[in-house]
Structures are given as C-alpha cells and as structure tokens.
Write a new protein. Structure first.
Length: 118
C-alpha cells in the first residue's frame, strides 16, 4: 500500500533541495507538489547514502526502502537504475498517442483507425 509523504519526508526533501520546509509543506497541502517525483528523489538519495555506508547488500537496501515507502521493489529499481522507458508511440493515421502494445498489435495504428479500415 502506497503511503503519502509525511512531514519527516518533506523535512528531508527540504534539506536535499535547499528549499525551506514550510514552503514544501504548503505546496504539499495545496497538491502542487508532485509526490511521485519527490518520493523518487527521496528513495534515490537514501539508497545512495545507504550504499555508501556499506552496511547491507544492495538487494536488502532496496527491500527495506520498499517497505519504508510502501512501494514494490520493482518501483524502487525503476528510480535507482533509471528503467523508465521514455519512448512514445503515435498512430500512423491520426497521430494519437498509443501504447507500445497497440503499436505492435495494429502495425502502428490505434484501435479506432484499425476498426475504421476493417
């Protein structure tokens, strides 16, 4: 279960970013802070710090962070190893953004354009 960023997390984040804690709390309260990106920065920074200390193995550190932040181990790996696929696919007929699955299934066309041609 995912947990939202708490006051302690925002305090750590303010130290990382060099922004006052009160400002981050205000942004968070008004839903102007992108929590997924903030959590990713916290995870990456804490992972790097724990690896530098060298007390645990990397897989154990990832498991502990996953438990602490209430996310999966694969979610942690995405941020640590930059596994995000930034490639976008678009329909060759209408130009809509489509998924990789749709692109491969329909030879580069969206479901709507494929159905029109049938």
């Amino acid at each position: 279960m995912k947990r939202p960023l708490g006051k302690d997390d925002l305090k750590i984040l303010s130290g990382i970013l060099g922004i006052e804690n009160d400002i981050l709390i205000g942004l968070s309260d008004k839903d102007l802070l992108k929590h997924s990106q903030a959590k990713a920065l916290l995870i990456k920074t804490e992972y790097d710090r724990l690896v530098q200390e060298g007390k645990n193995k990397k897989c154990r550190i990832m498991a502990d962070l996953a438990t602490k932040y209430g996310v999966s181990k694969s979610y942690i790996e995405i941020f640590i190893y930059n596994k995000v696929n930034g490639k976008s696919y678009y329909c060759s007929c209408c130009g809509r953004k489509i998924s990789l699955y749709q692109s491969k299934k329909n030879s580069g066309k969206c479901n709507i354009c494929t159905n029109k041609n049938d």
